[in-house]
Write a protein that binds this ligand. Structure first.
Ligand SMILES: NC(=O)c1ccc[n+]([C@@H]2O[C@H](COP(=O)([O-])OP(=O)(O)OC[C@H]3O[C@@H](n4cnc5c(N)ncnc54)[C@H](O)[C@@H]3O)[C@@H](O)[C@H]2O)c1
Length: 364
């Protein structure tokens, strides 16, 4: 098992990320030592519940705790006020108090939702991240961003609220659908693009996803170390941390344009990274050859690299509602070259130049 420590300056808080295979046993040990006699509330989705809910519940009860499991329908649509409100009612119905603990168990949706419930229920109770998708293991379970969506946009209500500890058990990935493994690979590739050329090269060298999976523990550690460093430098997302949004401005717009039904988060981010890099290279802001290398690696991992929206200008209207918009401008993340990124402020009317509209349907 590998341990990575995250230090949060603003609150002088430190927490560990434990990474390895079958470290659920470590979770039970942790709970038994600190929470025996207290209550644990597992928040998960129906898919994860079906696969692992009963055994996690059993392990927690055997650790000497009272346990309640709350399960919601899988998918982004559950990151809603309505589902959150049900979680609050269940927590209250179970008489969970500030000495008890929430376990965010599942992908990024469970993590964001349960994390926000923990941040706000009784003005904050502790929670543990137990991520089960690749995306959640390399990204969303670390860094303390919690949120729900509103009908007008993604992650519009949320807070920075760090977990007490993160347990990353890579064995959970064995049951993940291929589509979601690829989805998580988009975020792994993102880390290579913005911070670590050697990671990018390593991913390029694997012949296929299967080869890459064999090294997954190490790759998860690399990604969590990068995220740790970025979060420690800029917990509240005012500078360096924005680099993690590479591909996300267009990606979120694509997700929302298709009502969160057609593309996964990672697929949308993949398109967003490819699209913006293609344009920034054409504008002379990014080293030549970067866009091709990026498109090639996305292809290799079965990820989309073109935004299929017939009229890309429609995306700009969606983007204007992005919370990263401040006044009439937005900060875009661009690559200097593979492994280094920078932030550029763009005015609303300049956004169009970052979208390749050459293949768009003609408007009469
Ligand atoms: N907080 C952050 O810093 C941060 C960062 C990146 C993304 N996110 C958020 O993460 C969310 C996307 O997360 P996601 O891609 O994990 O989606 P998700 O949580 O919807 O999980 C994807 C699918 O995989 C299933 N699943 C989960 N674990 C499984 C397992 N081990 N075996 C089989 N099936 C499993 C789920 O039931 C779901 O159907 C988005 O809402 C995004 O905004 C948050």
């Amino acid at each position: 098992m590998v341990t990575i420590e995250v230090s949060i300056k603003s609150s002088s808080k430190k927490y560990n990320i434990q990474i390895g295979k079958n470290i659920r046993q470590e979770l039970y040990k942790y709970l038994s030592e600190r929470y025996r006699g207290k209550k644990a509330v597992i928040v998960t989705d129906d898919n994860v519940n079906k696969l692992y809910g009963a055994s996690l519940y059993r392990g927690i009860v055997e650790a000497g705790m009272k346990c309640r499991l709350i399960s919601f329908s899988p998918g982004e649509k559950s990151k809603s006020l309505q589902v959150l409100s049900g979680i609050y009612e269940d927590l209250a119905g179970f008489n969970a108090d500030r000495g008890d603990i929430i376990i965010a168990f599942g992908g990024g949706v469970a993590g964001d939702l349960a994390g926000f419930a923990a941040a706000t229920y009784l003005r904050g109770i502790s929670y543990i991240q137990l991520p089960t998708t690749l995306l959640a293991q390399v990204d969303s379970s670390v860094g303390g961003k919690t949120a729900i969506d509103l009908s007008s946009g993604k992650n519009l209500v949320g807070s920075f609220y760090h977990p007490e500890i993160v347990f990353i058990d890579t064995l959970f990935l064995n049951t993940l659908e291929d589509r979601y493994l690829r989805d998580g690979m988009a975020e792994v590739i993102k880390y290579g693009c913005i911070k670590d050329k050697s990671l990018f090269d390593r991913l390029s060298d694997y012949e296929n996803l299967q080869q890459c999976i064999a090294d997954m523990d190490e790759l998860v550690c690399t990604c969590c170390s990068i995220k740790r460093a970025v979060v420690e430098a800029d917990e509240l997302d005012r500078g360096e941390r924005m680099l993690l949004n590479f591909g996300h401005t267009f990606g979120h717009a694509v997700e929302q344009y298709y009502n969160y039904e057609k593309y996964t988060h990672g697929e949308a981010v993949a398109m967003g990274m490819a699209e913006i890099t293609k344009r920034s290279e054409e504008m002379g802001l990014t080293e030549r050859g970067t866009a091709k290398a990026l498109a090639d690696i996305l292809k290799k991992y079965g990820l989309p690299y073109e935004i299929p929206v017939a009229n890309k200008k429609d995306l700009i209207n969606v983007m204007r509602r992005d919370k990263k918009f401040s006044g009439d401008s937005i900060r875009l993340v661009l690559l200097n070259k593979l492994g280094t990124a920078f932030i550029m402020k763009a005015k609303s009317e300049e956004l169009e130049s970052f979208l390749d509209t050459t293949g768009d349907a003609r408007e009469d």
